[in-house]
Design a protein around this ligand. Structure first.
Ligand code: FAD
Length: 405
């Protein structure tokens, strides 16, 4: 990848490649771990991220139900362990022709290879609702659960615009249904989504399995519509009757990061090929929610990270075969703390889900909530060891059989 783009320069690169990873989320950490494993000392890694900690999003839906504070990992410690330089800062622009990255704190960082893993920007959240994935989500969801317990509210809608992360609205609604049933609390639950069928992004088998689960949980669905707010009501883009609920929980709409100097589509997402290469920009890779891949999902960010890491490791002279990302995706949906998980897999090609599968048997090992080859086992091991530099330590027991790892 670097070879055919930069030709002559790559002879030098093969000695020791300076790799700059912008981001401190799923894609960035997976890429760092993969490069550490595949390229070892052939690369010199720098991690550039604004926050001091990595937060593990998939747990955010479950934590308020089991009263565990959010799970986090200190990036400085992660970097030290892997012998990576950690720079707490942001990328604001890239001068690709000079292979320089400009940061928010006015640093200018040179690179041989740059991996942009900055995630998506969130926007378009409804006002006066519980929004998932903003600081304070844990507290807002805890208050919501308390309101349910006190009988103060009788109906809740979970709203998912497009594009957004696919799982959390379904998981939250199912966890809340389980909670209400355990407390014998009457509660009307609805999912209002832009999707044509539940989890349509993962194909028909996954939608069919989830439709059955939602029906058994008595969760209504309003499909194929976006909503806006007018006073206390949700106004549907499809012209249907406005909707009324006591409370609304919403996911944000995702937009691309649109970094100055790098190409982006109309929504700001970075256009990438199967090796994670940023189309038309030598030495730059982009992975995860920041890219124009049609689904925003941790397992996809991790798979793209692995493809980019293999290409960079090969350019650094490691004996690693190219491993283009083929669109395969694995995951599981939490149906409750004590109910079996719904495992699923699919292959996304041209925005369409092929080979869609769903069932109660894991589709891959190890079974981690974000299917990430290196990051999944890495976090599992840390959490199992109760490493002292982790915050929010987790024991699976607290969440029963449905606890994700
Ligand atoms: C509640 C919830 C549940 C989810 N459940 C699942 C699940 O079960 N399975 C699954 O696979 N996925 C799940 N996801 C989706 C998954 O978390 C995301 O798809 C994944 O985190 C994307 O990884 P990323 O590296 O692209 O971005 P992120 O993980 O969002 O990381 C982006 C990083 O870039 C940093 N950054 C931002 N701007 C800049 C900048 N200018 N310069 C440098 N760094 C910057 C951020 O601080 C962050 O560290 C869930 C998401 C949510 C919100």
């Amino acid at each position: 990848m670097l070879g055919h783009r930069s030709g002559q320069a790559d002879e030098g690169l093969a000695k020791r490649l300076s790799v700059l990873i912008a981001g401190g989320g799923v894609g960035a950490l997976e890429c760092a771990l993969a490069l550490h494993k595949l390229a070892g000392d052939r690369v010199e890694l720098t991690l550039l991220a604004p926050a001091a900690e990595f937060s593990y999003q998939p747990m955010a839906v479950l934590e308020p139900f089991v009263r565990r504070s959010p799970r986090r990992l200190e990036l400085a410690r992660f970097a030290t362990e892997l012998n990576i330089e950690f720079v707490q800062d942001t990328v604001v622009a890239v001068e690709a022709d000079r292979a320089l990255l400009h940061t928010g704190a006015q640093r200018v960082l040179p690179y041989d290879a740059l991996v942009v893993a900055v995630g998506a920007r969130v926007s378009g959240a409804l006002a006066n609702v519980v929004t998932v994935d903003i600081p304070g989500t844990y507290e807002s969801l805890r208050s919501l659960i308390e309101e349910v317990d006190s009988g103060a509210i009788r109906s809740i809608a979970f709203v998912a615009p497009k594009p957004t992360w696919p799982l959390p609205v379904y998981e939250l609604a199912l966890l809340l249904r389980e909670h209400a049933r355990e407390g014998e609390i009457e509660l009307a639950l609805s999912i209002v989504t832009a999707e044509r069928r539940p989890l349509a992004v993962f194909g028909d088998a996954v939608s069919a399995a989830l439709e059955e689960i939602l029906a058994a949980a008595e969760i209504q669905t309003v499909l194929g519509t976006e909503v806006t707010q007018s006073e206390d009501r949700l106004v549907r883009s499809d012209g249907g009757e406005p909707l009324d609920f006591d409370r609304v929980v919403a996911l944000p709409r995702l937009q691309g990061p649109a970094i100055s100097g790098l190409p982006a589509n109309a929504d700001g997402f970075l256009p990438v090929g199967a090796l994670g290469e940023l189309i038309g920009v030598p030495r730059v890779f982009a992975i995860g929610d920041a890219t124009d891949f049609p689904i925003k999902y941790g397992a996809i960010a991790a798979a793209q990270a692995d493809a980019a890491a293999a290409a960079i490791a090969a350019a650094a002279g490691a004996q690693v075969a190219a491993a283009p990302y083929d669109g395969s995706v694995h995951g599981f949906l939490l149906r409750g703390r004590s109910l079996p998980r719904l495992y699923f897999s699919a292959r996304i090609a041209g925005g369409v889900a092929l080979d869609s599968r769903a069932g109660e048997t894991p589709t891959r090992t190890p079974e981690t909530k974000i299917a990430a080859q290196y990051l999944g086992p890495y976090l599992d091991e840390l959490w199992a060891s109760g490493a002292r530099w982790l915050t929010g330590p987790w024991t699976g027991d607290e969440a029963g059989a449905g606890a994700p790892r």
